[in-house]
Design a binder for this molecule. Sequence first.
Ligand code: UDP
Length: 328
Amino acid sequence: MKRVLITGAAGFLGSHLCDRFIKEGFQVVGMDNLITGDLRNIEHLFQLKEFEFYHHDVSKFIHVPGELDYILHFASPASPIDYLKIPIQTLKVGSLGIHNCLGLARAKNARLMIASTSEVYGDPQVHPQVEEYWGHVNPVGPRGVYDEAKRFQEAMTMAYHTYHGLETRIVRIFNTYGPRMRLNDGRVLPAFIGQALRGQDLTVFGDGSQTRSFCYVDDLIEGIYRLLMSDYAQPVNIGNPDEITIGEFAEEIIKLTGTDQKVVYKDLPKDDPTQRRPDISKAKEILGWEPKVSRAEGLKITYDYFKSLSEEDLYKTEHKDFKDYIRK
Ligand code: UDP
């Protein structure tokens, strides 16, 4: 039985990865410090003998007894609101955290994959974004803590690949959505659906002309799985190229939820990318992968999930009091 370590296992993507690897017949070791993750996402796995969980911060030395065949480093705050609140932890998990994971991968002779991001392209001047584009990132802006950590993570991973011959994979993840996203994580989709469910107006930042391209989580997980099993060590974009303006997206959510609220406009956050769409030619060619779930289908499933949450979840505006973690 193959054994995989998934860091960030209690998070949105981490928990879906745990499910997928269990389904594929793996022994899954989940690890999370639970700063932004939520045990409820993996609660159903604790009864399985194929699942183990370590409550651990990967920015500190990692010890996992036994063999490991694969390591997927998915631990990181991932929404602009989170990484603005815990910027140092965001930098640490992308730098110290990946160094620990790479060391562990060497010790175990495991193949390692990192969760990189479209944020490595910053506010892109090449559209759609191809993997060869180096990006346009402000290192000292509010997003710098995330973007630069992820860029460092790619550099570090490539160095271990080149100098130590470690088997590595780099997935550049574009905006992804689906069940288990946090309603209060500040990202646009939970923000809009949460507002519709609470009977509040939908807050569009800027004039709503900025674009994003949203991928349903099942499609993303399939792309990740195929990339991990491939022999391709260069970065690969995984995302849905169906691009939409945030203004149009708000209208779609209003239609989907049937809310009678309207759109209100707020200031655009600093360094908010004006456009984002993955070029997925590489994923198509190398992995035979492309997204299958339309936004209409994916949004319906996600809306049903958010509707099923408790009133307490719906009205909780803060995920957690981060101050306990600030000095760690
Ligand atoms: N956004 C918005 N209203 C919100 C939250 C986000 O208009 O309540 C915008 C945000 O400014 C950005 C886009 O939606 O242009 C996507 O934001 P998100 O935080 O989801 O992720 P990003 O792609 O910027 O990392």
